[in-house]
Design a protein around this ligand. Structure first.
Ligand code: SF4
Ligand code: FES
Length: 328
């Protein structure tokens, strides 16, 4: 079937053709060419009819020109998150916390998605139209807040950053809760321990003169080189994906984990910070930098390119240098 939007070619052709034929009919009339005059008149008439039909189709019958609710109704699943024609149905297989001693079970939902629908939007469509008991955490919907971390098709990911259609394997997207964090409900996990570890590395700038915190006596300028030392590590949005991908964090609850350790390096490497010695001391342990076996999965899944694995190796390097130089 010809799509209505393709009629636009006919519309424009008839819009240009009708005046052209009328003009030719006048010219042929002036030169007494009766048969050509009749042919031009006939073509002008055909053009007028085509213009009328195509104009009607575009204005009244094209789905994009209807009110979106009417389109949704025709599609069978009304929602306001991903308007637009041409939706495909995918299966969202979601881990649900069943309760009643049943533990976790996978439940399938069929969802109509457009080419722009994200995995997070597909989850919210299910919540709005099929099962309001589904729990999912999110806020910004644009990869900034770090709230919507889940495991999609086996990989820790931000649900709002994945296209549902492109992520589907054989028409199915598998969404599970992150495993390095305790489960609260469905796709929502508890970040208390994660934040406690982040707090433990003292995220902030420390000066020898504590009063500077309240009364800065000068500008703390940095060269581009000094900034570059820590800048990539400062892009962390605390989504916890790196922790979920880390095999050590998944097997040793004491391990500070890639997020906290990368932030320890972020502040250690900042030229405005004057507490480097204590920072190194705090992470120089088996539950700190020496627990890392450099699997590199943390850097692989980080949505912000923070590269926690390299930060941990740089901290190991600093700790080894400190032992060689000072014997401590
Ligand atoms: S380092 Fe990357 S993956 Fe880990 S919490 Fe920060 S932004 Fe998320
Ligand atoms: S909702 Fe904020 S990062 Fe996904």
């Amino acid at each position: 079937m010809i799509r209505a939007s393709r009629y636009m070619v006919l519309l424009y052709a008839s819009m240009a053709g009708v005046p052209a034929m009328i003009f030719l009919r006048v010219v042929f009339g002036i030169f007494g060419m009766a048969s050509l005059q009749d042919a031009a008149g006939f073509l002008a008439g055909v053009g007028l009819v085509v213009f009328g039909i195509v104009g009607f189709v575009e204005v009244y019958a094209h789905p994009q020109n209807k009110h979106i609710e009417q389109v949704n109704e025709e599609a069978g699943e009304a929602h306001v998150l991903s308007p637009g024609a041409g939706r495909d149905t995918i299966v969202m297989s979601i881990s649900r916390f069943a309760g009643g001693g049943k533990g976790i079970e996978m439940k399938d939902y069929r969802v109509k998605v457009s080419k722009f629908t994200t995995v997070l939007e597909a989850l919210l469509m299910i919540k709005e139209t099929q099962d309001s008991t589904l729990s999912v955490r999110y806020s910004c919907r644009m990869g900034i807040c770090g709230s919507c971390g889940v495991v999609v098709n086996g990989k820790p990911s931000l649900a709002c950053e994945l296209n549902a259609e492109k992520t589907a394997v054989d028409g199915c997207v598998k969404v599970e809760q992150m495993r390095a964090h305790p489960l609260l409900k469905d796709l929502v996990t508890d970040f208390d321990d994660f934040f406690a570890k982040h707090k433990a590395i003292r995220p902030g700038l420390y000066r020898k003169d504590g009063k500077e915190k309240y009364e800065a006596k000068k500008e703390y300028k940095q060269s581009q080189e000094e900034l570059n030392r820590f800048l990539p590590y400062s892009y962390c949005i605390m989504c916890g994906l790196c922790l979920d991908a880390c095999p050590i964090s998944n097997s040793n609850a004491e391990f500070l984990g890639p997020q906290a350790l990368s932030q320890a390096y972020r502040y250690y490497a900042d030229s405005r910070d004057q507490d480097g010695k204590k920072r190194l001391f705090d992470v120089d342990a088996l539950k700190g930098i020496w627990g890392c076996e450099f699997a590199g999965a943390c850097s692989h899944v980080c949505p912000k390119g923070v590269d926690p694995a390299s930060a941990i190796q740089l901290l190991k390097n600093e700790a080894a240098k400190s032992i060689l130089e000072n014997g401590e």
